[in-house]
Design a protein around this ligand. Structure first.
Ligand code: SF4
Length: 98
């Protein structure tokens, strides 16, 4: 177990922004970590992140440590969320294309 068996109150998942903050991987990457849309060659982790939160939103209800992100998810424009979900599902179905 990578987490040493710790029961965490917050999932250890991240968008591209957090990966960029915590590493230097994004500097030479083909994808653009600051972009949000597939047409702009956005980092796929951004879409994967929002898709994950949306799929698990019932699970995170009442989790205070997730409240800020769940609020952002709730306020997200429906079309934008759908675009994230569509791209995330494409990444999941076709990981070797990314
Ligand atoms: S895919 Fe590229 S831009 Fe996105 S987190 Fe990974 S290194 Fe950074």
């Amino acid at each position: 177990m990578a987490d040493g068996g710790i029961v965490a109150t917050k999932p250890y998942v991240s968008s591209g922004s957090y990966i960029n903050k915590m590493s230097n991987y994004c500097k030479g990457c083909h994808y653009k970590v600051s972009k949000k849309n597939a047409e702009d060659n956005a980092c796929p982790f951004n879409s994967l992140y929002w898709n994950f939160l949306d799929e698990k939103k019932d699970h995170f209800k009442g989790n205070h440590r997730m409240a800020m992100m769940m609020n952002l998810l709730k306020k997200m424009d429906a079309e934008k969320l759908e675009a994230h979900k569509s791209r995330a599902n494409d990444v999941i179905a076709n990981p070797y294309n990314y």
